[in-house]
Ligand binder design. Structure first.
Ligand code: UDP
Ligand code: MG
Length: 313
């Protein structure tokens, strides 16, 4: 019998967690030939979330509880949960607030059985999100796509991963992780399921606005050093503009229209400005290369199931 882990990061969810876990479990019971286990990762909750989960686990529900020492953030909680799901045949990552509808689990399993390595549940709408937030979110996705050439719009963390994908994900050496982006980057065979985000029973998101902005910046910069190179580009453009303005200033000087000493000042400012910007950009390019190196992200990943290699070791 195949075994599937459901990895659920939780932070301060005491109000709804017990009912939500029951709801999630009820959707796994309609699947006969697979044994499910919830791996709930308590990400440093300050209320009694962990105790509630421990109670359920002790009273016989198929639940493993993993408590982190403090709040490490959702990304780290997912990572911790996946680390403990290697002995399963697949892992499903989902939110605890039912905004990732557990009713999709049977569909995800079917796709997995059709031998897709990744089944991603993507948003067909953005549910309850407010208009302004929606707008910001759209800008964020545009920027992410533009800078990194990875299209993640509509993507969520609600995904089923075959154990080989989990292993590959855990083998990535980098410290700061952006789950959605990295799964896309790994590019194992993927099936997609669309869903509408239901409203959360909890009114507030557990994310603060500054937290979301930090998350946006960190996810883009961990995938590309391109913003650094924009400075070089700007330096080039400034230089071209300064040549034009410089020529005009010189012509004014020659025709005697310029104020005394003004031409020299303009020329110096323009020249120094563009040279500086260009140099900063150049340094940025090298910093970008160093950054790429220290990430130790592998140059390639092998899908051992789909390859046909002679035993080499
Ligand atoms: N979460 C977590 N650690 C955090 C923040 C959130 O484990 O630092 C969990 C939270 O309990 C929930 C999931 O991550 O299960 C998604 O959180 P939330 O619903 O607040 O995010 P949103 O729906 O706004 O994306
Ligand atoms: Mg939510």
């Amino acid at each position: 019998m195949k075994r599937v882990a459901i990895v659920i990061p939780v932070l301060n969810e005491s109000a709804n967690i017990a009912g939500n876990l029951d709801e999630i479990l009820s959707h796994t019971q309609v699947i006969n030939d697979i044994e499910f286990k919830l791996i709930v990762v308590d990400d440093g909750s300050t209320d009694n979330t962990a105790e509630l989960i421990a109670q359920k686990s002790k009273s016989g529900s198929p639940i493993d509880l993993l408590c982190l020492t403090r709040n490490f953030g959702k990304e780290s909680a997912i990572y911790a949960g996946l680390t403990h799901s290697l002995k399963f045949d697949a892992a499903i990552v989902m939110d605890s607030d039912l905004q990732h509808p557990p009713a999709l689990i049977p569909q995800m399993i079917t796709k997995w059985q059709e031998s897709y390595a990744v089944v991603e549940a993507s948003k067909s709408s953005r549910g309850e999100e407010t208009r302004s937030k929606n707008f910001l979110v759209r800008i964020y996705y545009r920027m992410f796509n533009f800078f990194t050439k990875l299209s993640i719009s509509g993507d969520t963390d609600y995904k089923l991963l075959d154990v080989k994908v989990v292993r590959a994900y855990l083998d990535l050496p980098e410290h700061n992780r952006f789950f959605r982006g990295l799964i896309k980057w790994m590019n194992f065979s993927t099936a997609q399921i669309l869903f509408d985000v239901p409203d959360s029973v909890r009114k507030e998101s557990t994310w603060s606005n500054p937290g979301l902005i930090r998350y946006a910046v960190s996810s883009i910069t961990s995938f590309t050093a391109f913003p650094l190179q924009i400075v070089t580009l700007l330096g080039g453009v400034t230089f071209l503009v300064s040549v034009v303005i410089g020529v005009i200033a010189l012509l004014d000087k020659l025709s005697g229209e310029a104020v005394d000493g003004f031409t020299t000042v303009i020329l110096l400012i323009l020249l120094i400005g563009s040279v500086l910007m260009f140099s900063v950009g150049l340094i940025g390019t090298y910093v970008g290369k160093i950054y790429d190196e220290v990430k130790h992200r592998p140059n390639y990943l092998v899908d051992h199931d789909r390859s046909n290699l002679e035993e080499s070791e």
